[in-house]
Design a protein around this ligand. Sequence first.
Ligand SMILES: *Cc1c(COP(=O)(O)O)cnc(C)c1O
Length: 222
Amino acid sequence: MIKSNIETIRQSIPPHVKLVCVSKFQPSSSITDAYNAGERLFGENRPQEMAEKAPNLPSDIEWHFIGNLQTNKVKTVAPIATLIHSVSNERLLDEIEKQATKLDKFVDILIELHVANEETKQGFSPSEASNILSANFSEKYPHLRPCGVMGMATFTDNESIIRQEFKTIYQTFQSLKLSLFKEKDYFCEISMGMSSDYQIAIEEGATIVRIGSSIFGHRQYT
Ligand SMILES: *Cc1c(COP(=O)(O)O)cnc(C)c1O
């Protein structure tokens, strides 16, 4: 089942787009199935769950942290995650820098943008993102490497709203790239699109899609 789901999804994703298999709430056996089907990027949104799964699964898996992250959980996530997608406020930047310094490693991050029509969603506005990334970012956060942006569309059936929000994420990325990261090859990722909207996201320029339920089926929330 998982294998054939992945084959179907892979056919609709161009080769330059990365697939993060969102394995939150899924057992390790499901991750192993996806791994055996060739997948290497997995996304989790609960620090403890990621910390429990990672050591028991193949070491060439790259773990991406995709969820709302509390500052006191950064020390759990920073040693494991190869990319933190959901950096949504300044306190989090401060804490990731602190933990990265302790670990003596560079941490790759995406700046989460708030473009949806929902107060509940996290993230920087496009202008806040520009301010935070320009104001001596690399002096203030020498262990952090901003690799691009991440965002989520409003939870709605209205495709034109979703598409418009993805366009805003794309345009924000482009404007940051041109103004601040023109010569920086590492600033190259646009993480947007989930099971319900990843095809629109790819049309609007996503370089990473995060897909859970279309691969693993419905989650059993525990
Ligand atoms: C759960 C989650 C996904 C995957 O959602 P599906 O609808 O299951 O594909 C993607 N991104 C984030 C941030 C998530 O929390």
